[in-house]
Design a protein around this ligand. Sequence first.
Ligand code: SME
Length: 160
Amino acid sequence: MHEFAPTTDAAKPELYRELLAAADALTAGEPDAVANMANLAALIWQFVPRLNWAGFYRAVGGELVLGPFVGQPACIRIPFGQGVCGTAAASGETQVVADVHAFPGHIACDAASRSELVVPVVRGGKVVAVIDLDSPEPARFDAEDAAGLEALAALAAARV
Ligand code: SME
């Protein structure tokens, strides 16, 4: 099977370039969205350190519904506009949350989560999914993480 591994101690931009290349190789030519989301969630988990949850919520019938992920079992349905995920989905904008306890309406799925990054997956001008990363570390995510995940979301848009 495919073997992808991040370069140990790579700087963030390089790590995200490696993640994107692995994601491209793993999903190229595969039309099944669930299979691709499952592999992308696994790759994020493998490449991005210090996470306790990584995965997808899909836009289905006007709300977000849990998709493939790595981590603790999570909330299944999130209305657009609610929580960090619903805010990203409703606005179409990446959410970098340094302290989830300070985010109005944050939905706690795993009590260990302290910071969160949510990136919308946009196809044809519509949010079709979000990629959600949680960390047990406060302020875990910065602009480089956001840019790396936005590049991954752009790739995912055509493959999930
Ligand atoms: N914290 C998210 C909910 C999803 S879980 O973190 C997996 C939110 O506020 O939207």
